[in-house]
Design a protein around this ligand. Sequence first.
Ligand SMILES: Cc1cc2nc3c(=O)[nH]c(=O)nc-3n(C[C@H](O)[C@H](O)[C@H](O)COP(=O)(O)O)c2cc1C
Length: 188
Amino acid sequence: MKQNWKPGTLLYPLPAVMVSCGSEPSEFNIITLAWVGTICSNPPMCYISVRPERHSYEIIRRNMEFVINLTTQDMAFATDWCGVNSGREHNKFEEMNLTPGKASVVSAPTIEESPLSIECRVKEVTALGSHDMFIADVVNILADDKYLRPSTGAFDMEAANLLAYSHGQYYELGNPIGKFGWSVQKKK
Ligand SMILES: Cc1cc2nc3c(=O)[nH]c(=O)nc-3n(C[C@H](O)[C@H](O)[C@H](O)COP(=O)(O)O)c2cc1C
C-alpha cells in the first residue's frame, strides 16, 4: 500500500557540493549545498538555491559569481563542517585546510582539493520562499589533471570518489551497474 505524505523535499540522491564565493580573500567563503543542479546543456547552466539568511547569500548576490566544487570521500568531513558552520564566525578555508585556487574566468576562488570546479556567473535570481534560486551560466570548468585517463584524456569520475547525499546521509558511490544507453544496446 502506498501512503500519501504531505508535500516535501524528498528527491534523492543528490550531490553535496561546496560552493565557494567572494571576490577577494577577506570575503572568501564556502557553503555546502544540496539544492543544486544542471538545468540546461546548451548553453550549460546550473542553479543553486540558497536561504537569504546564509552568510554566503550576500556574497553571491554582491558578486553574482560562484564556483561549484564537486566533493569527494576525502572531503566528506569538510563538506559537512562547511554546511553546519557559518563564514560569519569562521574562516572555512583555513579551518578545514582547504586551498583557495584561482579560477580562470570568475573572481570567486576554487577549492584546489576538489577534482572538478564549475565556474558560474549568475544570470537571474528568483525568490521562491525559503530559498532564492540563482540561475547561472557555466563559464568555465577546472578539472584536476590527475583524474585524466592517459589513454583517452577523459575525466575519470570513478577515480574521483565523488560524494552523494541522500536524506541526511553522505554516501560513497557504489559499483557501476550499467552505462548510458545500455538498455537498448544490441547484444553481441
Ligand atoms: C549536506 C548539506 C546540504 C545543504 N544544502 C543547503 C542548500 O541547498 N541551501 C542552503 O541555503 N543551505 C544548505 N545547507 C546549509 C548551509 O550549508 C549552512 O547553513 C552553512 O552553515 C551556511 O554557511 P554560511 O553562513 O557561511 O553561508 C546545507 C548543509 C548541508 C550539511
